[in-house]
Design a protein around this ligand. Structure first.
Ligand code: LRH
Ligand code: MN
Ligand code: MN
Length: 382
């Protein structure tokens, strides 16, 4: 069990280090990175104090640089890997009626070329994942042909898929609403799954935990995708209302535990299981690096609890039809305080048992706040 926790890998998103907010207001924070290089420096701090966050996801164009080799070298020097490359097909005027699904072939060409560029960047920096979120959709009945849009999507994804090196996977993320309010072209795991099936084995579903209708049983769909070998990974975050992007494990730690319980049962917590653990969060009020450290710790705690489930006792209770007994086995694990065990593991890994306190003591926050005065917002809210 400790071995699984020691080897766990959780990727942080570059955009979580930048200023963010809602459509009402972006509150600027001191010490925010001014360049993708500085975002990597901050990601390296999260890894330094947690020991399990060795990679950072990029969003293009938010993280576009002139010299990709220089960025990869900078990351390597900081002890960080460049992780998933996220194309951005939702922030151009041309995409008003969609990007990959747009009725205009010229717009689709432009969006597809952006995917191809991202595949090229990913290949150059050694990224294992092309992480696609398609913001396309419609607002009104009759606005466009639903099935034709799926065909256009398939054609565009096919180009990206065929261009990917063998080492790369395409993860297709879904979201049930926003920015469109009548149809989204990839609203749910079923639509993503159907597209992935047509593309091939290296196309898999990405589950962003904030992208479901209220009441959706996420662990159920996770179990189904695991069974089909098509669970590519997660964008972890918490939601109370919609796509809130709060810290993972904050709103509903029990839900996070239930998801990880499904993964544990399928052996999918092992780093070579092919399920990518990524955070996708925005820290609108709280300081970024401490929030990401806290998020990593939240995932570790839920993982430890999932690993504590007595699987033999659970199987026996299930065999016996002992409903309350089976439930008790799961709840016993959930209610266990795993914090002392994780503190011990960190010491064993040569880390401080309390990563947040260690970060605060390190002086890094004070340094970036004085050195980066006047830094620009990047990504969300730029
Ligand atoms: C969309 C999303 C997607 C984007 C990210 C910034 O809501 O979850 O993953 O790339 O937010
Ligand atoms: Mn996401
Ligand atoms: Mn989202």
């Amino acid at each position: 069990m400790l071995e699984v926790l020691r080897r766990q890998r959780i990727e942080t998103p570059s955009w979580a280090y930048g200023n963010s907010g809602t459509r009402f207001k972006v509150f600027a924070q001191p010490g925010i990175p001014r360049t993708p290089f500085e975002k990597i420096d901050d990601a390296a701090q999260v890894h330094r104090f947690t020991g399990v966050a060795p990679s950072v996801a990029l969003h293009i164009p938010w993280d576009r640089v002139d010299d990709w080799d220089a960025l990869a070298r900078h990351a390597a020097d900081a002890g960080i890997e460049l992780g998933a490359v996220n194309p951005n097909v939702f922030q151009e005027d041309d995409y008003r009626l969609g990007s990959l699904c747009n009725p205009d072939p010229a717009v689709r060409r432009k969006a597809t070329d952006h995917l191809l560029e991202c595949v090229e960047i990913g290949a150059r920096i050694g990224s294992p994942v092309l992480s696609m979120w398609v913001a396309d959709g419609t607002n009104y009945a009759g606005q466009d042909d639903i099935r034709a849009r799926q065909d256009r999507l398939e054609a565009a994804l096919r180009e990206a898929y065929d261009a990917m090196p063998e080492s790369m996977r395409l993860l297709l993320e879904y979201k049930f609403f926003e920015p469109h309010f009548y149809t989204m072209d990839v609203p749910d795991w079923g639509t993503s799954f159907a597209q992935c099936l047509r593309l091939g084995e290296r196309a898999q579903v990405l589950v962003d935990t904030g992208h479901h209708a209220p009441g959706t049983n996420i662990e159920f769909l996770v179990a189904i995708l695991l069974r089909e070998g098509r669970l590519g990974g997660f964008h972890f975050n918490s939601r109370n209302y919609a796509d809130d992007d709060l810290m993972v494990g904050a709103a509903d730690p029990f839900q996070l535990f239930r998801i990880l319980h499904e993964l544990a049962g399928a052996g999918a917590l092992e780093p070579d299981s092919g399920v990518a653990f990524m955070l996708d969060q925005c820290h609108n009020l709280e300081p970024k690096i401490p929030a990401l450290i806290r998020s990593i710790v939240n995932v570790q705690e839920a993982t430890a609890k999932a690993l504590l489930v007595d699987r033999e006792a659970l199987a026996a209770a299930q065999r016996d039809g002992d409903v309350l007994g089976a439930h008790a086995v799961v709840m016993d694990a959930f209610h266990t305080d795993v914090r002392p065990m994780l503190a011990g593991l960190r010491e064993d890994m040569g880390l401080d048992p309390d990563p947040l306190a260690a970060y605060h003591r390190s002086g890094y926050q004070q340094r970036i706040e004085s050195e980066r005065a006047g830094g620009a917002a990047m990504g969300w809210g730029a």
